[in-house]
Design a protein around this ligand. Structure first.
Ligand code: GLC
Ligand code: CA
Length: 613
């Protein structure tokens, strides 16, 4: 059966939420009948920053291979490797110049083959990051395409003639604004036309309308790697392949900018479902490949499920880095929406709060002001993630509570094309307040934070990431406090908490992975409480017959002590049936012994799971 998950990452701008849509499912809710990837834990590796094996300051594939046992011990089922293909690295490998070669600092094609084998030997799977909305300007296809108007590959990219204003000034074909604070068109001198790029000008968009181009994508990127044994792909920007073909101006919604947000022109275009269906039929399904797609810039669940023809999009292509505080109630409603929209459908969702495009969750949602609050909130965020419905994606370093760069690091430490571009824009505006606001936003939301080198060892040079004197990105000064070595084996650590939470998630996948989500106390800005419930009667687990198996998640998302909730009432069971399954509290093991802890106040950033089974 074709196994396809298409998914979304909503709002790199701030909200971190995920929703994936699957097809071909029988709707069964029993774990045994579900495909492996539903209850699997996916772990995203950002290769440049994970582990350097040869001391050149860049993480690499042999480095990753050397830490596979660590991933097994964490409970990882599938590794998602961010792009390792050959690339000039203008957008950290999301600009591919050769899909069949590996960027030499990362290793070789043989290294990927070894990695695949080594994952499989440990019972893990491997998916690669497939970036086929665009290539690098350095890709041979683009070099040909730009060489002349009658080149056979001219139509593999999107070329348009200039427009001219009444004074004869050259204008781009449309007024569209792209992702990285720049227009979507770049003028090419050789053939005197513009090419389209939704991201940086080094990332020209492929023309999916061209049949030959699509076939080349399937053959050269997907089948090539599936033939080598990889298990599937995380598919970058999967909802951008089909553009509206009228190429007209977007309405002027922000007169301060020369170019205007125009996602309705290039998001979920008229042929998107045809393209994805074809890609699945021709390239993925024959291999039984798993795929998870990134759907950014979606308005919400109604657009995700049918996945076409959305009316109004989130217009966050504007001032993305002007930070807006995020109320807990807003987060709750977002999460609830994307937890419940799959009910009664054959759709599927994902769970994540970090990736390489966002700042660290513990800074954003938790509290890093003291070591105690840092640990408590990192654990509570783990408990939150581990109890939500969907396929769980964990991002490297999240499991040890890695944090954002220190505030006193200047813009020079930010390497990301997007951060630099928004910052540059603010500098050029001459507006001091805007610059200060942008820097503040970058300190919270910037994509660079999650890209800092992984912190393995508090006693080793560069936290054990590299022996080089020149790591590609500066190592966080706090690595002696936050690292794997310090946390391994310490029952109170964030890392050991994650392991425990993931084990429980799998053990009770019927409730945590597949169960129905019901939120409670929607408006409370401090307590975060919800119920997970599955239609497997508790009877199967030895208690009151016919009551559904339930888990009550109670978290304190604040520094102030909170009153307990009425656990017995909410679980709908007798006091004897209510049981504390997990708590983030210090000396957790002891607390879990001292059952059932029903009436205790919730300490700062404490989280608990009560169950009726
Ligand atoms: C996706 C990636 C992001 C990249 C962009 C362009 O959003 O997650 O890192 O910059 O696509 O490929
Ligand atoms: Ca290296």
């Amino acid at each position: 059966m074709p196994q396809r998950i298409t998914g979304t990452v909503m709002g790199s701008s701030g909200t971190c939420n995920g929703h994936h849509h699957t097809t071909g499912q029988d709707g069964a809710r029993l774990v045994g009948k579900e495909p492996w990837w539903k209850s699997a834990v996916f772990y995203q590796v950002y290769p440049a920053s994970f582990k350097d094996s040869n001391g050149d300051g860049w993480g690499d594939i042999p480095g990753l291979i050397s830490e596979l046992d660590y991933l097994v011990s964490l409970g990882v089922d599938c590794v998602w490797l961010s792009p390792v293909f050959d690339s000039p690295q203008k957008d950290m490998g999301y600009d591919v110049s050769n899909y069949q070669a590996i960027y030499p600092p990362y290793g070789t094609v043989e290294d990927v083959e070894t990695l695949t084998r080594q994952c499989h030997e440990r019972g893990m799977k491997l998916i690669l990051d497939l970036v086929v909305n665009h290539t690098s300007v350095e890709h041979a296809w683009f070099k040909e395409s730009r060489s002349s108007k009658d080149n056979p590959k001219r139509d593999w990219y999107i070329w348009k003639p200039a427009r001219y204003d009444p004074d004869g000034r050259r204008l781009a074909p449309t007024n569209w604004r792209g992702y990285f604070a720049c227009p979507t068109w770049t003028w090419d001198e050789t053939t005197q036309e513009y090419y389209l790029h939704l991201y940086a000008s080094d990332q020209p968009d492929l023309n999916w309308e061209n049949d030959e181009c699509r076939e080349a994508i399937y053959e050269d990127t997907m089948r090539f790697w599936l033939d080598k044994g990889v298990d599937g792909f995380r598919i970058d920007t999967v909802n951008k392949y089909s553009k509206r073909t009228e190429y007209v101006d977007a309405p002027v919604t922000d007169p301060r900018w020369e170019s205007q947000p125009a996602p309705e022109m290039w998001c979920n275009g008229p042929r998107i479902h045809e393209f994805i269906h074809e890609m699945n039929q021709k390239a993925l399904a024959p291999y039984g490949a798993v795929s998870v797609g990134e759907l950014s810039n979606m308005a919400g669940p109604p657009e995700v499920l049918p996945y076409h023809d959305p009316p109004g999009y989130g217009r966050w292509l504007g001032p993305k880095y002007i930070y807006q505080p995020y109320a807990l109630s807003k987060l709750k409603s977002h999460v609830a929406q994307f937890q419940t929209f799959i009910e009664g459908t054959d759709g599927w969702t994902t769970v994540f709060c970090e990736n390489h495009d966002n700042g660290r969750a513990v800074n954003r949602f938790g509290n890093v002001s003291t070591p105690e609050l840092w640990a408590a909130s990192a654990k509570t965020l783990a408990l939150w993630q581990a109890t939500l419905t969907g396929t769980l994606f964990l991002y490297q370093g999240q499991e040890i509570g890695m944090v954002n760069m220190p505030r006193d690091w200047g813009i020079d430490e930010y390497k990301d094309v997007e951060s630099r571009s928004f910052h540059g824009d603010a500098v050029r505006s001459g507006d001091k307040q805007r610059l200060a606001d942008t820097m503040h936003g970058l300190q919270i939301l910037g994509r660079d934070h999650a890209r800092l080198p992984f912190q393995w060892d508090g006693q080793a040079k560069n936290g054990g990431f590299t022996t080089s004197d020149h790591p590609w990105m500066r190592v966080h000064d706090g690595f002696p406090q936050i690292n794997v070595r310090k946390q391994s084996g310490d029952p109170e650590s964030v890392l050991e908490f994650w392991k425990k939470a993931l084990r429980l998630r799998k053990q009770h996948a019927d409730v945590f992975v597949l169960g129905a989500f019901r939120h409670l106390e929607e408006q409370d800005e401090k307590r975060y409480v919800y119920m997970k419930e599955c239609n497997v009667p508790v009877a199967e687990h030895g208690a009151t017959p016919s009551a559904p198996k339930r888990a009550l998640v109670v978290m304190n998302w604040s520094e102030q002590v909170q009153k307990p909730v009425d656990v017995v009432h909410l679980l709908g069971c007798g006091e004897k049936q209510a049981r504390l399954l997990l708590t983030t509290a210090a000396a957790a093991a002891a607390a879990e012994e001292r059952q059932p802890l029903l009436g205790d106040d919730l300490q700062a950033w404490e989280g608990r799971i009560y169950v009726n089974f």
